[in-house]
Design a protein around this ligand. Structure first.
Ligand code: ADP
Length: 484
């Protein structure tokens, strides 16, 4: 069947298959212009409970569906996401600010998870286990964990939802999503396409709210919610981890990072530069896998900085809808203030702004791409996520120094290294305390690979076979009385 839909996207929340409005609403703004795009319902804890009711009611039937039938619905959803790519990308750029090319890529990336999990859901295999006693046989089966809740961020307003929802749905779970208050429109658009694709009422619910803490409490306190999946800051992750303790929820947490990107003397300079540009400046530096500390070895340092300056000069700061834009606005005034204060701290402690370092004339939320040298590990800019278009460069001497500096952080999400020496690349990749390592690559996230962090960057993995497993329980069946 050919999936069909219209390009008009909703501004109401979705509970139990109904588009629900509320007397209380909150506005959504375009960060490039400050214009209001829409008002969406400002829902509360009671609405979250209604969504849990709906998800609980829908669970038995969805869980009992053969995985092949769930896969057919997910495949239609995938098709709709792709056929609506342009409309979704325009909406994303308006709501979140990223350049249109990046928004189009995010739609394709977000849709790829739906396709992957449509396929992978059919492979939720259990095991047969060789017995320890002649009268007994052992097998395991995989079952969906139950009702899930997802709390998602604004930086990938579509992909962070499809990555979570498609894995949950493929496993046979139902879900309630609370999107970021900055980007609820993408979440609602994605949900509408899921409904159009045939996802039954109550299987996928969306609660929009300004009261993230109140709704977060309602979702974590309810014992019917068996799993919480969260992408956002480590600070909020800790709160949700604590709140989930009482009901012993299963958790997937994708939290903050402080990614090192290490360039060794033996690196291919062009590759290192293109990898750094891709990792650092995508989404105006607002991703949890952005290179936060660029560690460059003394022998290549000067050449690297000169070449990076040349590339940064080619970036075009402009509203995302401008086809020439490669760096859009930051998400809000707090984000701009954070970048400014980190730069001020770094320069006060001796770092040097080589390029940029100032707000950009396109509007209040635009910031010029910046290169900062002479960065020391103890500066705030090297110990916390920058979340802005600032390339922060640290010089190092030896491989051991690089590993020590790279690992000297409570975070461990992404890391990158550039070297032509295969022994070194392998050695350093093993030594880095992170969930993912890009070796001579600045971009690596995709649907077939496990995404996630170690240390205080989180728990669990999304995407890949591991991503499905997160929504499944293993049940052991022991069959006795085989012999007379
Ligand atoms: P960021 O700083 O990138 O916005 P946050 O961790 O603050 O990251 O936000 C990520 C998501 O967590 C958003 O959907 C936000 O509304 C939500 N959130 C923020 N605070 C809480 C909280 N106390 N409880 C539940 N969700 C929260």
């Amino acid at each position: 069947m050919n999936a069909k839909t219209t390009s008009t996207f909703p501004t109401a929340a979705l509970i139990g298959g109904d588009w629900v409005t509320s007397s209380k609403t909150f506005p959504v703004y375009d960060p490039a212009t400050g214009d209001k795009l829409a008002d969406v319902p400002d829902m509360g804890a009671e609405d979250a409970c209604r969504a849990i009711d709906a998800a609980s009611k829908a669970f038995p039937e969805w869980a009992a569906k053969p995985s092949k039938e769930r896969a057919q619905i997910l495949r239609r959803w995938h098709e709709l996401l792709l056929s609506e790519n342009e409309a979704l990308a325009q909406l994303m750029t308006a709501e979140q600010g990223k350049p249109l090319t990046e928004a189009r890529n995010e739609v394709a990336y977000g849709a790829s998870f739906v396709e992957w999990f449509a396929e992978e859901g059919k492979r939720a295999y259990g095991h047969t286990i060789p017995t320890t006693a002649s009268a007994r046989r052992f097998i395991t089966i995989k079952q969906p964990i139950g009702v899930c809740a997802a709390i998602t961020p604004w930086n990938f307003p579509l992909a962070m939802i499809t990555r979570k929802v498609s894995s949950a749905l493929a496993a046979g779970c139902t879900i309630i999503v609370k999107p970021s208050e900055e980007t609820p429109l993408c979440a609602l658009a994605v949900a509408k396409l899921a409904v159009d694709a045939g996802v039954p009422p109550g299987v996928f619910n969306v609660i929009t709210t300004l009261d993230a803490a109140g709704v977060g409490k309602a979702l974590t306190a309810d014992a019917r919610v068996r799993k919480l999946t969260f992408t956002g800051s480590t600070e909020v992750g800790r709160i949700l981890y604590r709140q989930s303790a009482d009901t012993i929820k299963k958790l997937t947490l994708e939290l903050g990072g402080n990614a090192p990107l290490i360039v060794f003397d033996d690196a291919d300079l062009d590759r290192a530069i293109s990898g750094t540009m891709a990792s650092k400046f995508r989404n105006a530096g607002q991703t949890c896998v952005c290179a936060n500390r660029i560690l460059v070895q003394a022998g290549i340092y000067d050449r690297f900085v000169t070449a990076l300056k040349k590339e940064v000069a080619k970036l075009t700061v402009a509203p995302g809808r401008d086809p020439k834009s490669t760096v859009g606005p930051l998400i809000n005034a707090d984000a701009v203030a954070k970048v400014k204060s980190r730069l001020a701290d770094a320069t006060a402690r001796g770092a040097k702004i080589e390029v940029g370092g100032t707000p950009d004339s396109h509007g209040a939320l635009f910031f010029t791409p910046t290169i900062l040298t002479g960065v020391k590990p103890e500066m705030q800019i090297a110990s916390e996520e920058i979340f802005g278009p600032v390339a922060s460069i640290i010089r190092f001497e030896t491989e051991a120094d690089a590993i020590r500096i790279a690992n000297d952080t409570p975070y461990g999400l992404a890391a990158y290294l550039f070297s032509r020496d295969i022994g070194r690349a392998w050695r350093v990749a093993e030594a880095l305390e992170s969930g993912m390592v890009g070796i001579n690559e600045g971009l690596f996230s995709n649907e077939v690979a496990p995404f996630g962090g170690v240390k205080q960057s989180g728990l669990g993995r999304e995407g890949a076979q591991e991503g499905l497993e997160e929504y499944l329980e293993t049940k052991f069946l022991c069959l006795g009385g085989i012999t007379d």
